[in-house]
Design a protein around this ligand. Structure first.
Ligand SMILES: CCc1ccc([C@H](C)CC(=O)N[C@@H]2O[C@H](CO)[C@@H](O)[C@H](O)[C@H]2O)cc1
Length: 816
């Protein structure tokens, strides 16, 4: 069939309006006067996609015509955020759409707020994947990203009696215009069963996997538009369906539920995102999810994307698969199974190909976050893969013994198979054995990965280990989220090239000393605050005092991130006033903003949320505070709320215990939007501080070596409580029932843990933190100096563009 050239609609207001009405009438099947906001939104989304379609198809044609090495990005999570704004930016349609819709009496902003964001991720890892695929499209790098099309994303958080409630996130309920289902490209994925061995006429053994059940993987294609470069990459998300969805015989026998049981069973695989972001629950369904999308992706690429006669020995020159943490690591034995069992390669040749096809990124430092799968769980679900993992491990341990003869302890330590507490597969070890490169996500993290998390592997393969510091996309988190600051930057830099070349922000350095520029900069921040406060009023019924310093802590709720330390600071300030030790007029007016979801099974995290809301309720209703001290906790922190919160912030809280936060990416977004950071020397804070300078960063707390030293010496949190009056008063007040309706027990879980456990040393860093906060107060009082520091933060953090991260991956990992 001829390749008929595809023309998008004309980039004019008339052209746009005609295309929109076309879509409303023939796509949505409604007339304008009877159309709902949702009709208009769906029609708009599809209209914008018409403008991207030509570039998408052309990009696909270019990729097939000149097959350069592809990046295959495998991630169980993509926290994409709303699509409409980014698509309008990518097609330079924002103004045209605004004007065109206005001629029809439609407000673009109303349609933008109609979109339900696809919450297909938990937090940092998922959002990073979304930033990375945006950058690869903007840099026109051939990339196919694969993941799971969860029917239910991260739960919607509501509060009831100050406690988190989880509501299922039925994000598809009003339609999902940004996806293209391709049932004709369905992939069968097998599970269970057993393996059988046969040997052929020349005595060569063949292994046959005889699965006991299977499902169909249906791909849904999403556009990943570049920016001003006519490139559009693809995100392919897999949805599970039963191979035989409906059994008519059983139905006719009247057992209707049984007739659709296999469909229900199959659908479960891509039904819902696991809401944990650090402690795997080891549920078998999660392993089914991981294998499902990995098997679909490898099959789709090898059977549908590669030319039919492709010589798989050249696979490593054609594609590199990036493993986004351990979640897709089952891809390693899956590729071996395809090469040996399906394609007939010898083991050694197959291994030689496989170990040049993968790279592994680790995103955590918490031992409990490293996934291990019990041997019997893998054996039951994926019997052939377990055999392959055992064989990989055997060959690997031979290599270890050759390198370190007689060191059986090392052999036991490095084995992919852990023997205690139960026989289990250590997925991070499997990844480390097979990957060409292993990277951490910030300089400090990559060091700790080498020295503390995988020391044996870095001793065996030092060259495998590298670092790529995280980044964030300046399109969404600056150009889109902060249009007023973007305008100001473009005004002084003279053009918008900074949007795709963020190092150009350094051009702002000189303007830090320009009083009129500082004034404009402050007006932008003030306008962003007003916009936020209007949203919080509308969305959560929250009133915020306009002139307070906005002190913001938004991230998943986890003890190592130390939201409890932030709470202790707030209670300390409150206590100092209600005890009469300080006058409210001495307090620099602050509004503390929290945003955080807790994994539903994470008890301590949920108790912390309860306590934060209880303290907020008390302080906000205490007239003695006169609004100079306020705490707000809008529910359901997500990408859309982040886009409004971050541009309005003055102070960014990055207070994790040193050595625990792999990188952080919120820290980067705040600095790029002119907030100053109060933080420990942890994760990427270290690199932010180095670039912005000590005068423009409020450092506090122990360093990682000091934490290790205190831990080794034996940490007694109560000793810090006894020796510090401010701390004692704050802890006592927190536990006194003052904030929990005189129910002391309600606060006891958190308070007792701080006093008798405090695994992340909040009490040890309290004094240093409070002193740093006093420095913040002093600095904030000098408005000109504060603004100057804020401008320098923006000017000096261009490094944290995810475009730079992608350049590092290309240089250090993918094109090696
Ligand atoms: C339940 C299993 C599990 C374990 C870990 C994870 C993720 C790795 C947790 C995560 O999101 N880590 C964050 O990754 C960001 C991107 O690299 C970093 O910036 C954060 O520091 C890190 O906590 C998800 C699910």
């Amino acid at each position: 069939l001829a390749a008929v050239p595809v023309e998008g609609p004309p980039l004019t207001v008339d052209g746009f309006v005609e295309a929109f009405l076309q879509e409303l009438h023939f796509g949505q099947g409604v007339q304008l006067d009877r159309s709902t906001v949702n009709d208009q939104y769906l029609a708009l989304a599809r209209t914008v996609m018409h403008y991207m379609m030509a570039e998408w198809l052309e990009t696909g044609r270019r990729r097939r015509a000149e097959p350069t090495k592809m990046i295959g990005y495998l991630s169980a999570e993509y926290l994409l955020g709303r699509q409409l704004g980014n698509a309008l930016l990518a097609t330079e349609l924002t103004e045209v759409a605004e004007e065109g819709l206005a001629t029809l009496g439609i407000d673009l902003a109303t349609l933008r707020s109609q979109e339900i964001e696809p919450g297909l991720g938990n937090g940092g890892l998922g959002r990073l994947a979304a930033c990375f695929i945006d950058s690869l499209a903007v840099m026109d790098v051939p990339c196919i990203a694969y993941g799971i099309r969860y029917e239910y994303g991260i739960f919607r958080q509501t509060f009831f009696n100050n406690r988190q409630l989880e509501v299922p996130d039925n994000w598809l309920r009003l339609g999902s215009p940004w996806e293209f289902p391709h049932p004709e490209r369905a992939v069968q994925v097998d599970f269970g069963g057993h393996t059988e061995r046969t040997s052929d006429e020349n005595g060569r053994e063949h292994v046959q996997w005889v699965p006991s059940w299977n499902v169909q993987g249906i791909p849904y294609h999403y556009m990943v538009p570049g920016y001003d470069n006519k490139a559009v990459n693809t995100l392919r998300l897999w949805s599970a369906q039963a191979t035989d969805a409906f059994n008519l015989q059983i139905f006719n026998s009247g057992d209707h539920a049984e007739a659709v049981r296999s469909q229900t069973f199959a659908e479960n695989i891509s039904k819902v995102l696991y809401p944990e972001d650090s402690t795997p629950q080891g549920r078998e369904l999660r392993l089914q999810q991981q294998y499902f999308f990995v098997a679909c992706s490898l099959h789709d690429y090898i059977e549908h994307t590669l030319p039919a006669d492709f010589d798989l020995r050249k696979l490593p020159d054609q594609i590199i698969w990036q493993l986004n943490d351990t979640h897709p690591v089952i891809a390693i034995p899956e590729l071996m199974r395809i090469l040996v069992d399906v394609k007939g390669f010898e083991w050694a040749e197959a291994w030689d190909i496989t170990k040049r096809c993968f790279a592994y990124t680790c995103h955590t430092l918490l031992p409990e976050a490293l996934e291990v799968w019990p041997v019997d769980v893998i054996g039951r679900l994926l019997p052939r893969h377990l055999e392959i993992i055992f064989r990989i491990n055997e060959d690997f341990l031979i290599e270890v013994r050759e390198r370190f003869p007689g060191d059986e302890l090392r052999v036991r330590r490095m084995s992919i198979i852990a023997e205690h507490p139960e026989r289990a597969v250590r997925m991070a070890y499997l990844a480390s054995v097979a990957a060409t490169k292993i990277n951490g996500v910030a300089a400090l993290h990559s060091e700790l990965l080498r020295d503390k998390v995988l020391p044996d592997f870095s001793e065996m393969w030092p060259d495998k280990f590298t670092n790529v510091t995280n980044g964030v996309t300046p399109r969404r988190f600056l150009r889109l989220a902060n249009p007023k600051l973007s305008e100001l930057i473009t005004e002084v830099l003279g053009d918008e090239r900074w949007v795709t070349d963020l190092d150009r922000l350094s051009g702002l350095e000189a303007y830090a000393d320009d009083a009129s520029f500082r004034e404009k900069f402050r007006q932008v921040k003030a306008a962003n605050k007003t916009r936020l406060f209007e949203l919080l009023k509308r969305r959560d019924g929250i009133d915020v005092a306009p002139d307070n310093m906005l002190d913001v802590m938004v991230k998943r709720l986890h003890e190592y991130k130390r939201q409890s330390l932030k709470l202790l600071h707030i209670v300390h300030l409150y206590e100092s006033v209600v005890s009469g030790r300080r006058d409210i007029s001495d307090i620099v007016p602050r509004t503390f903003v929290f945003g955080a979801k807790a994994a539903p099974g994470y008890h301590m995290a949920k108790e912390t949320i309860f306590l934060i809301n209880s303290v907020a309720e008390k302080i906000n209703s205490d007239s003695r505070m006169q609004g100079r001290l306020a705490v707000v906790f809008p529910a359901n922190y997500n990408v859309t709320l982040a886009e409004r919160l971050i541009p309005a912030a003055d102070l960014s809280e990055q207070i994790s215990l040193a050595g625990k936060e792999a990188s952080g990416t919120g820290n980067m977004k705040f600095a790029l939007n002119g907030a100053l950071t109060i933080g420990t020397d942890d994760g990427a804070n270290v690199e932010i501080r180095k670039l912005v300078g000590d005068d423009h960063f409020f450092l506090f707390g122990m360093s990682e070596p000091e934490v290790a030293e205190l831990g080794a010496r034996g940490y007694v949190p109560s000793s810090f409580y006894e020796q510090n009056e401010d701390l004692r008063r704050a802890v006592d007040l927190l536990g006194s029932g003052e904030f929990t309706g005189s129910n002391r027990d309600a606060a006891s879980t958190v308070v007792n843990d701080l006093l008798w456990n405090d695994r992340f040393m909040a009490l040890a860093d309290f004094q240093s933190y409070v002193e740093a906060q006093a420095r913040v107060d002093a600095a904030y009082a000098d408005t000109e100096a504060w603004t100057r520091s804020a401008i320098l933060n923006v000017a000096r953090t261009g490094f944290f563009s995810s475009d730079r991260s992608m350049r590092d991956y290309l240089d250090r990992i993918w094109l090696r």
